[in-house]
Design a protein around this ligand. Structure first.
Ligand SMILES: Cc1cc2nc3c(=O)[nH]c(=O)nc-3n(C[C@H](O)[C@H](O)[C@H](O)COP(=O)(O)OP(=O)(O)OC[C@H]3O[C@@H](n4cnc5c(N)ncnc54)[C@H](O)[C@@H]3O)c2cc1C
Length: 421
């Protein structure tokens, strides 16, 4: 197509990926490395969705040992990427889990048993150790601690940039400002997609559109069990009286619903609040930018965040100099991502629904998809991620039911017996 000619383009690829966030770009990298001609179509700028808002924490331990192994493999993927781009993307700080009552203490002990059983580095530690690893935390009410030395955090934009750089070198194409408006279907199989600039053809299309993914699924009259939930974290400015080292441990205080990590001399603290803000993506304007979201300081969301943070970090209150970042996460009813083929439509795959940990999960999920698409191998041990697992659930047939279950999952994020994050 020549610009301004009015003729719409029609191009082809082996695989089209809708969405240039962590999931789409990781998949583009792994598929390009396997020799697939891969095209990523992004409605706005690369990384302009949830990925650009992420706090970047990465915890490897999960209830499901196979998923823990996948995430451990993800760390290896990142180490390899770091070598190739000659940049540090993952900061290994270690992570502490703390408990202030008997029930939560037993929860921590069970984490330790579970981790050790699969060879994951985790151990109970004493109060002195915990205080040394995170001196700014209040610890007088704590009765149990465990520590995972190999956890840490990513710089999401660095990880994304590395996926893109390496994928491009391997032949992938990225088109920005290219919203997919239609999925092209013929004879029960996907044939490509339409954008305002024209059509693109491919026998395989991956829906990696983050919180928007369910709208893409809706274009071919399929239901996707995801919902879009607001989430926010604060970052304090460096404070003269509170020393926070870049090597201080990350924290999960599940009873207080918070996580934290060091950030540029300050502290980043996020909360999974009981009453989340929900979004209907179809109601947002077509030119909506997540980077323009802001949570007012007097909102319930920010008040809750500050309240939860101050219980573990008493130096934080409403007057503490801080920034608040808010964005939208994609939740599923059971807390696991959706990854794999769609039952009703040959060639359509979903790769979405990361429940607040998609930056970290993207490291391994790209490989999963590449194994599946290129070699027909899915797993073993990743059945819990199958994209069609909710198809036969009679309680998830309409948006209201789906939203209710995803809301429950968000508010129960740090409940006892929920997936460890
Ligand atoms: C405040 C906040 C904190 C978070 N903290 C963490 C954390 O500590 N650790 C962690 O691992 N994760 C964290 N997350 C979650 C993480 O950001 C997401 O799980 C992850 O970024 C999901 O990546 P994605 O590629 O699936 O989605 P996205 O990054 O949203 O990418 C989807 C892309 O698809 C594009 N798109 C949508 N519709 C179309 C269309 N029709 N055509 C073309 N393109 C389209 C969007 O513009 C977007 O760029 C956080 C999220 C938020 C909001």
């Amino acid at each position: 197509m020549t610009p301004g000619s009015g003729i719409k383009m029609s191009a082809s690829a082996d695989i089209i990926i809708i969405g240039g966030g962590a999931a789409g770009c990781s998949a583009a990298l792994q598929l390009s490395l396997r020799g697939k001609k891969t095209l990523v179509l992004e409605r706005s700028m690369l990384g302009s969705g949830s990925t650009g808002r992420a706090a970047g924490l990465g915890a490897q331990l999960r209830e499901n040992p196979d998923e823990t192994s996948l995430l451990m493999r993800g760390i290896e993927v990142v180490k390899d990427i770091e070598r190739q781009v000659e940049k540090e993307i993952f900061t290994k700080t270690g992570s502490l889990h703390v408990a202030s009552d008997a029930e939560r203490a037993e929860e921590l002990r069970s984490f330790v048993r579970m981790g050790k059983a699969i060879g994951f580095e985790i151990d109970l530690v004493d109060e002195d150790f915990a205080r040394r690893r995170l001196p700014c935390m209040r610890a007088d009410d704590l009765i149990e601690y465990c520590y995972c030395p190999t956890d840490g955090h990513f710089e999401p934009s660095e990880l994304l940039g590395a996926y893109i750089e390496l994928a491009r070198s391997a032949g992938a194409t990225f088109l920005t400002n290219s919203p997919v408006t239609k999925l092209l279907v013929q004879g029960g199989a996907i044939k490509g997609v339409s954008t305002p600039a024209g059509d693109h053809h491919a026998p395989i299309v991956i829906n990696a559109a983050g919180p928007w993914s369910y709208l893409l699924a809706g274009l071919v009259n399929t239901t996707m069990a995801t919902a879009a939930m607001g989430h926010a974290y604060l970052v304090t400015r460096p404070l003269p009286d509170v020393l926070i080292a870049t090597t201080d441990a990350a924290l999960r205080d599940r009873k207080n619903r918070i996580y934290s990590r060091p950030e540029a001399g300050g502290l980043l603290v996020g909360t999974y609040e009981e009453l989340p803000t929900e979004y209907d993506m179809e109601e947002l304007p077509a030119d909506f930018q997540m980077s323009e979201m802001n949570a007012p300081r007097d909102s319930l969301q920010v008040a809750t965040l500050i309240d939860c943070a101050s219980r573990r970090f008493p130096f934080i209150d409403g007057r503490t100099p801080m920034t608040v970042t808010s964005g939208i996460m994609t939740f599923t009813p059971d807390g696991h991502a959706l990854c794999g083929p769609v039952r009703e439509l040959e060639g359509l795959y979903h790769c979405t629904g990361f429940n607040g940990r998609g930056v970290f999960q993207s490291t391994s999920v790209g490989i999963l998809l590449a194994d599946l698409i290129c070699d027909g191998i899915f797993g073993p041990g990743v059945e819990h991620l199958c994209a069609d697992r909710f198809d036969d659930d009679p309680g998830l047939k309409n948006r209201e039911d789906i939203k209710a279950r995803c809301r429950e999952r968000y508010s129960g994020h740090y409940s006892i017996n929920e997936e460890k994050t």
